[in-house]
Design a protein around this ligand. Structure first.
Ligand code: MN
Ligand code: MN
Length: 483
């Protein structure tokens, strides 16, 4: 080796060392996990897809979560109370709120009032809900009126196969489960789109105004009843069919929650099958990974809770959203069942000294839309779980910003457990923004950090996640609970 070459090599090595020592480099998950872990990650995604295909609504998600929890030895909190039993460290319990919320708990060795470890995710997703009086007939076609739920781009929902999932509650309390459009033998539902030939005016409109909310009406049928001179023959025929099949009448639809969701199953994406494409991954990817992390949690030091909430997409409102009292009521009950009596100050301490991850998705840089991201502070697909110190919009407005101390603590936990993580903001400053349940968890005084995988096509009928990221989230949540 001549002198010049040797110097060159030394410089290169020095640069490499400096870079490794000083720079914060994003790491690709696939480059930093073993072959065994890669296989585990791929297997994990298979199980995740099965979950997604079952959990198409908030109620179905909760049902699946409870089923898996029970399979893993979790017991309903009410049963402990009914049997006059007490809780001990290491117990696995759960409690459900109106079929739309659940808290899974593994009691810790330390007293609850020393603080709890919580991971909160949401199980609702953008969709179309049927209106209370949905059915009408126009031009000999039976149609259903909808009201969209959450932040959708309305054009996504036109000419896209839809399934109907939900419940109808009859006056006497009977609950009818509806699930149509999942199998190839089932019919699907559809919203028609305007043919391009006659869309001259529509095509001139702004994207956000091209499809009106009142135009999201679902094709429901065209067969009339036999009485030829009757009015609304198709509407009557549809009602007759509903009566026959489900025993319901039109008025029953006023006490129903029927949701139109994409009639597509979770699929692998790409030649290499490296990504999962599915509806509702915001935020069921975090629900599933945090569920699996808690199912693995044995005898934690601090009490570990996976919390699954509803209504995040519309502001965490209502008695099943994060702003309801369900979570603190659960902690109160827990304290009572552990101690045998209850003093509110201990509940407040358990919450205020809590540590929480608000498990929700971020946006991965999309090569088709690079302009909206700050490339120095954006999440990349495949580079691990994303820590989002703050959300909000227009000058961090509405953000629940995590304290630097807490970010440092989570960083330590992740680094010690070799979790591949990255950090990001949601898009460029003043480009838009969003919020999560973090701000409502933070009200208790607990430390909260937003933490989840980055998606492509978030809030579309088919969102995309990276299998390496999904696996890393699971490992990260596991590390958090066991810390
Ligand atoms: Mn979300
Ligand atoms: Mn969302």
């Amino acid at each position: 080796m001549d002198k010049g070459n040797k110097e060159n090599k030394e410089t290169k090595e020095r640069l490499k060392k400096l870079k490794e020592e000083l720079c914060f480099n994003q790491k690709l998950v696939w480059d930093h996990i073993s072959q065994i872990e890669k296989e585990e990650a791929l297997k994990f995604s298979e199980e995740y897809k099965t979950f997604l295909n079952e959990a198409r609504t908030e109620r179905e998600s909760i049902r699946e979560i409870v089923r898996l929890a029970e399979q893993n030895g979790f017991v309903l909190l009410d049963e402990i109370t009914a049997r006059g039993k007490k809780l001990r460290p290491g117990n696995k319990v759960y409690t459900v709120n109106k079929e739309k919320n659940v808290a899974l708990i593994v009691t810790g060795k330390e007293p609850v009032w020393h603080g709890i470890n919580v991971i909160g995710s949401h199980v609702d997703a953008p969709r179309l809900d049927l209106k209370p009086c949905p059915l009408y007939e126009d031009q000999g076609i039976g149609l259903l009126k909808t009201h969209y739920y959450g932040g959708i781009k309305k054009y996504h929902w036109l000419s896209h196969p839809l399934a109907m999932h939900g419940v109808v509650i009859k006056q006497n309390g009977d609950k009818i489960d509806i699930r149509i459009g999942d199998t190839e033998h089932d019919p699907i539902f559809l919203i028609t789109d305007l043919l391009p030939h006659l869309a001259k005016e529509q095509m001139q409109k702004k994207l956000g105004e091209a499809v009106s909310g009142e135009a999201l009406n679902i094709l429901a049928g065209t067969l009339p009843i036999e009485v030829k001179d009757a009015k609304e023959r198709v509407k009557l025929a549809v009602l007759e069919l509903l009566k026959l099949k489900y025993g319901i009448i039109e008025e029953d639809l006023t006490s129903a929650e029927l949701e139109l969701v994409p009639a597509t199953t979770a699929r692998d994406v790409g030649f290499d099958r490296s990504m999962v494409g599915a509806y509702g991954q915001d935020d069921r990817v975090c629900a599933y990974t945090s569920l699996r992390a808690l199912l693995n949690c044995q005898n934690p030091v601090r009490t570990a809770i996976s919390l699954f909430v509803d209504k995040e997409e519309i502001g965490s409102t209502g008695n099943t959203g994060m702003r309801s009292r369900f979570f603190e009521n659960t902690v109160a009950e827990l304290l009572y069942l552990l101690a045998g009596d209850y003093d509110e100050i201990y509940c407040r301490k358990a919450l205020a000294l809590g540590r929480a991850l608000s498990a929700d998705v971020g946006a991965a840089v999309d090569p088709n839309w690079e302009g909206v991201y700050d490339k120095y502070n954006a999440a990349k697909l495949g580079y691990g779980i994303v820590m989002t110190k703050y959300t909000g919009s227009g000058g961090k407005y509405g953000a629940s910003e995590a304290n630097a101390e807490f970010v440092a603590e989570i960083r330590r936990v992740f680094n010690e457990k070799k979790i591949i993580w990255q950090t990001a903001e949601l898009g460029k400053v003043d480009q838009g923004g969003g919020g999560t349940i973090a701000q409502y968890m933070a009200r208790y005084g607990m430390d909260v950090l937003d933490c989840g995988p980055a998606l492509l096509s978030m809030h579309s009928p088919m969102e995309v996640a990276h299998k390496g990221d999904i696996y890393m989230c699971y490992k990260a949540y596991e590390a958090f609970f066991n810390n």
